[in-house]
Design a binder for this molecule. Sequence first.
Ligand SMILES: *[C@@H]1O[C@H](CO)[C@@H](O)[C@H](O)[C@H]1NC(C)=O
Ligand SMILES: *[C@@H]1O[C@H](CO)[C@@H](O)[C@H](O)[C@H]1NC(C)=O
Ligand SMILES: *[C@@H]1O[C@H](CO)[C@@H](O)[C@H](O)[C@H]1NC(C)=O
Ligand SMILES: *[C@@H]1O[C@H](CO)[C@@H](O)[C@H](O)[C@H]1NC(C)=O
Length: 289
Amino acid sequence: MKSTTLLTTLSLASTALSTAIPLPIRTNTRPIRLLHKPPLSPPSQGARILSSQSEESTLGGAHLPSPPSGKVASVTATFTIPHASMPVTGPTANNTVGLYAASFHIGIDSFSGLCPNNRFIRAGVDIFWDGTIGGEQTPWVWYQSSPADEDGMGFGNFSAKAGDVVRFVVTGSEVKVENYGNVTCTKGLKARQVGVQRVDGGGLCGGEAAWAVEDFPLAGMPDFPVALADFGGVVFKNLEVGFGNGTVMRNAEGAGVRDVRLAAQGGRLTDCVVGEGGGSVRCDRVVGE
Ligand SMILES: *[C@@H]1O[C@H](CO)[C@@H](O)[C@H](O)[C@H]1NC(C)=O
Ligand SMILES: *[C@@H]1O[C@H](CO)[C@@H](O)[C@H](O)[C@H]1NC(C)=O
Ligand SMILES: *[C@@H]1O[C@H](CO)[C@@H](O)[C@H](O)[C@H]1NC(C)=O
Ligand SMILES: *[C@@H]1O[C@H](CO)[C@@H](O)[C@H](O)[C@H]1NC(C)=O
């Protein structure tokens, strides 16, 4: 009786898999990695697609265009790494042998793909849930400074787990991540771990700051996004946008917002908002609302 139920669930899940979800990878014990595709230039006009809520998008979150008078020189945010779990609603639900993931990142020119040669710098965390190897997996903390580098790079032996509060700082010459551990507030605390890497910001436009949630494909399977994990919600806080003249703006007021929206996975998959006063960017995981 139990196994019949399981088979039904699995065959239903495989139907969805054929269109939406990569089959689980379990041929080796290497960590799971996502393919960090560069932001896509919208087909026609940049601004248009960002305001539309009906278009397919693997990318959600908020992006703050720089004012005509200035360029974005740095972007900062703090967030708690969400736990990944198996969704229980929508077309990707309850695939107990499935692989689910989600990515959270911040960056410069990393949202709209409007910078010539698609230059951008971003850094973030990927989370995973893989039913074939026990469920929730260790998050991967990464940075990426060139469209040619689709895998992203790690921060040496920096490590983090779900529930840890991490702070990212992205500039045109350096990316930095700090891990404060599982705490409710970072005020007055010293980071337990710090990772810093030099990056080459040549060719950046400084055209926008971004705080994003993304549904990337799996490394080696570039054609469709992996099933988006249930992550509850993520809140980017302590936002800072530094401009070329040294001014720092401590909110995302005026930012444009987009949701992850993929018909094959049930429609709208995030509910992203810029918090009151612009002080935070929040994205909740939803299904088809
Ligand atoms: C610096 O640049 C920003 C962005 O263009 C602008 O809003 C701000 O007023 C400038 N500050 C100064 C002191 O010029
Ligand atoms: C997934 O499983 C949960 C728990 O058994 C159940 O409540 C839910 O209805 C299932 N979802 C779907 C889409 O079958
Ligand atoms: C890795 O950790 C060791 C021991 O904590 C430290 O000495 C070393 O500098 C670290 N390496 C990197 C690349 O961060
Ligand atoms: C943080 O730690 C507490 C106590 O160990 C635990 O109950 C909680 O689930 C953790 N928070 C997260 C988000 O993992």
